[in-house]
Design a protein around this ligand. Structure first.
Ligand SMILES: [Fe+2]
Ligand SMILES: [Fe+2]
Length: 306
């Protein structure tokens, strides 16, 4: 029996559905709010995060690097990423400081926070393939952004890396119950978010929103995480949200990683138009994404062993 939330099949009446929805939301929100106090939440990550959040104050790159170097897992993950051919400096970067200069604070923050969410969850079967999906979305966002000549590609890459962070939280908090949600999505041939809404009354995008609020992340990251399935609702960061939405589709279509279902979520017309996409540009971006992913796989062991 799960410690936190009982997952019941969808209720028969709208009234009972509403009650279940409320209870589910309240309990889940409490669980997400309780993340901070979970013993498995690495303190070093909290420290790194707060240092990263003070980027506009007097923190120097050296100070940030020193805070990160305390955590060997995060350090290894950052060095692997920066040394992948994806960033064009294969094998040349050996210090966190150089990696920070190379990747930028946005991407580093994405890596640190994804590590935090995964560490909370441990190595659950249900999140197998999710790191690949997240990393792949970051690569796709970067490839698409560069193809379209957009600015803020680094930020979009970090948002891509973190867009499904709510799934990590759900997997870690619900344990095997989240495996049931995934199985339900696959059996019914529906998108994972639909299955979450039906069984839990809340989607991973909302969970991600709660989490990023708690972690005091900037809106430029929070909005794509909260709205990557409904990019038309995005206001202040509509470009990056549309980019992450498309990147999610690109990597799903490519078949890299596992997003928790076997069907594509609906594609938003407005996001497509906002980015000024056409078939030719998309093909070009997919070709770039393909090369970047291949190189990353050859030159770096980017995967968390499941
Ligand atoms: Fe998602
Ligand atoms: Fe996704």
């Amino acid at each position: 029996m799960n410690r936190y939330v009982d997952i019941e099949p969808a209720a028969d009446t709208p009234e009972s559905a509403a009650i279940l929805d409320k209870i589910g939301r309240r309990m889940l929100k409490r669980q997400v709010d309780a993340l901070k106090s979970l013993p498995t939440f690495p303190e070093s990550i909290m420290r790194i995060n707060s240092v990263l959040l003070e980027e506009n104050s007097n923190q120097s790159m050296e100070q940030i690097a020193r805070a990160i170097e305390v955590d060997p897992v995060v350090t290894a993950r950052i060095l692997r990423l920066v040394n992948s051919a994806f960033y064009g400096v294969s094998g040349a970067i050996a210090s966190v400081y150089d990696a920070l200069v190379m990747l930028g604070l946005d991407v580093v923050r994405g890596i640190v926070l994804s590590s935090a969410a995964m560490d909370v969850g441990g190595r659950r079967r249900s999140i197998s393939g999710l790191w690949e999906h997240s990393f792949g979305t970051a690569v796709a966002a970067s490839a698409l952004g560069r193809t379209l000549g957009m600015s803020g590609v680094e930020e979009a890459s970090a948002a891509g890396l973190m867009h499904d962070i709510g799934k990590l939280v759900l997997a870690s908090q619900l344990g095997s119950e989240y495996d049931r949600v995934i199985a339900y999505a696959i059996d019914e041939g529906i998108h994972i978010r639909e299955a979450e809404l039906k069984l839990l009354g809340v989607g991973h995008d909302t969970i991600g929103q709660w989490l990023v609020k708690r972690w005091r992340l900037p809106d430029s990251l929070a909005e794509p995480i909260a709205l990557h399935h409904e990019p038309a609702q995005s206001r202040a960061h509509a470009d990056v949200t549309a980019l992450v939405h498309m990147a999610d589709h690109m990597i799903r279509g490519y078949g890299f990683g596992f997003a928790g279902d076997r069907t594509m979520p609906p594609l938003c017309d407005k996001a497509w138009k906002r980015l000024g996409l056409n078939e030719r540009k998309l093909r070009k971006a997919v070709a770039k994404m393909h090369i970047d992913l291949q190189e990353a796989m050859v030159h770096a062991n980017l995967y968390v062993s499941q």
